[in-house]
Design a protein around this ligand. Structure first.
Ligand code: ZN
Length: 183
């Protein structure tokens, strides 16, 4: 590995430590030529996973894209992005554990929902609305009911109130549904 500043190949190791929850090793290095410092990471190479989309097309699993979708669902819920990165790590680890080369986008979506259910009900419904392609207000109500049943059976302390109130918290989606209904 060459120095990113001067391309010199000689360097010395300053520090080496475990990072990303033991998934990688972070090494701080110094170039022997220009003395500038840079960091390298050593990671386990994961199996490449292809995602089969709804339309049948395949694309490589993209954790950034998944994280973006989840972050969007969690806007204004007070959940920190760091927590969501951990969530994506967990999902990626789960996919690696079942070690399949191909997985459907709906399978990933359900995994995300399982995790979001414990984090935020609002995020759960938002995410479900995008990935299950909600067509109308009924889809929201059904999902909220389903969520309510689940949290009751799981004995969770949910802040879930009447579906109508939940829908009000979801104003962007509600607007989208209203728009759909006008079409
Ligand atoms: Zn250098």
């Amino acid at each position: 590995m060459r120095c990113p500043f001067c391309q010199h190949s000689g360097r010395r190791l300053l520090e080496s430590r475990s990072a990303e929850g033991g998934q990688s090793v972070r090494r701080r290095r110094e170039c022997l030529n220009c003395q500038r410092r840079f960091t390298t990471y050593e990671r386990i190479e994961f199996v490449e996973i292809a995602v089969i989309k709804r339309d049948g097309q395949r694309e490589p699993f993209n954790r950034c894209k998944l994280l973006r979708g989840i972050v969007k669902s969690c806007e204004k819920t007070g959940i920190q992005t760091v927590r969501l990165e951990v969530l994506v790590d967990e999902i990626e680890a789960e996919l690696q554990r079942i070690s399949v080369r191909e997985v459907t986008s709906s399978f990933i979506g359900e995994l995300v929902l399982q995790h979001l259910q414990q984090l935020s009900e609002v995020a759960y419904v938002r995410f479900a609305s995008v990935y299950r392609q909600f067509q109308g207000i009924r889809d929201f109500v059904e999902t909220v009911h389903h969520l309510k049943e689940n949290s009751a059976t799981m004995g969770e302390v949910g802040s879930l109130q009447q579906p109508a109130i939940c829908l009000e918290q979801l104003s962007p989606e509600k607007k989208a549904v209203d728009k759909l209904r006008l079409l």
